[in-house]
Design a protein. Structure first.
Length: 287
């Protein structure tokens, strides 16, 4: 499903002395099946923006079209929209509540009106997509699981409803490095397996660079940049002025290049960087 946002604005506590403009004339598009990253300094409007995309918040002005349907207008079919737009909040495991993993994941499909058989298929598919073993975890209490497993179960509860747009707000927050890497890989696998439109909100530049086809950069509630990772991270100076940085691997490659090494500077992935540096050293030894 596609997303078109046009001149979207939102004000918290409007008319009060402490009112705050969270979004100011934000416009962007995400194509069907696109993997979009949203970055920005704390307070830039990232979470406020994604909460508009399934109608949790209503705009002060502007429009939001989900697959051509303007959800900012009165009378929009919000129940149908929320079935199609899945939103995973930060620390989603705090929302686990059922006595078993199976029941927690089945809650959404059953409340959408699916039969027990249909819900069962959704649960099994979701557990597989998040990389867990159905027989091992389905009847366990979600509160007995590790932190990483809880995060996976919480995400499974959203994707069990088979959203056509999946939004993840800081899905790796608070995880140790290995679990962080595993969950990020899981998100990429889900996107590839389902072909849905995926939006990833993150402070981690490496995660954004390695996952996303396009990046939206927010600053003080407005759009600072919108483009491919290469286009966005090429503007290092502007990012720095807004309190952001480029991915550490890319920064390393730029430093090596500035120091006289003939290496590519548009690399985000550590393995690709290692290959590039190895190739440079090999060429140097062969001279």
């Amino acid at each position: 499903m596609s997303i078109q946002v046009n001149e979207l604005s939102h004000i918290y506590s409007k008319g009060l002395p402490y009112q705050s403009v969270a979004l100011n004339s934000v416009s962007f598009e995400a194509a069907d099946g696109e993997f979009l990253g949203i970055i920005g300094h704390t307070g830039s409007g990232k979470s406020t923006l994604v909460q508009h995309l399934n109608g949790l918040l209503k705009p002060e002005s502007g429009s939001i079209a989900i697959d051509g349907t303007d959800i900012s207008k009165g009378g929009a079919p919000m129940r149908d929209i929320r079935r199609k737009v899945g939103l995973v909040f930060q620390y989603p495991e705090y929302q686990l509540f059922e006595e078993s993993v199976y029941k927690d994941i089945a809650f959404g499909p059953l409340n959408l009106g699916l039969s027990a058989e249909e819900a069962d298929e959704c649960v099994r598919d979701a557990i597989k997509l998040v990389g867990l073993d159905f027989e091992q975890v389905s009847q366990r209490s979600p509160f007995e699981l590790s932190g990483g497993q809880k995060r996976r179960v919480a995400i499974a509860g959203v994707i069990s409803m088979k959203p056509e747009i999946l939004i993840l707000d800081e899905p790796t927050a608070g995880l140790d490095p290995k679990t962080h890497k595993d969950v990020l890989g899981m998100i990429k696998d889900i996107h590839e397996a389902t072909g849905n439109t995926t939006i990833l909100v993150s402070h981690n530049m490496s995660d954004i660079a390695n996952c996303c086809e396009k990046i939206l950069v927010l600053q003080k509630g407005g759009v600072l940049m919108h483009g491919t990772p290469a286009e966005v991270f090429a503007r290092k100076g502007e990012l720095s002025e807004s309190g952001l940085s480029i991915p550490p691997v890319m920064d390393l490659m730029q430093r090596l290049s500035s120091g006289g090494l003939c290496v590519r500077t548009d690399i985000f992935d550590a393995d690709a960087a290692a290959d590039e540096i190895s190739a440079f050293l090999l060429r140097r030894c062969e001279r």
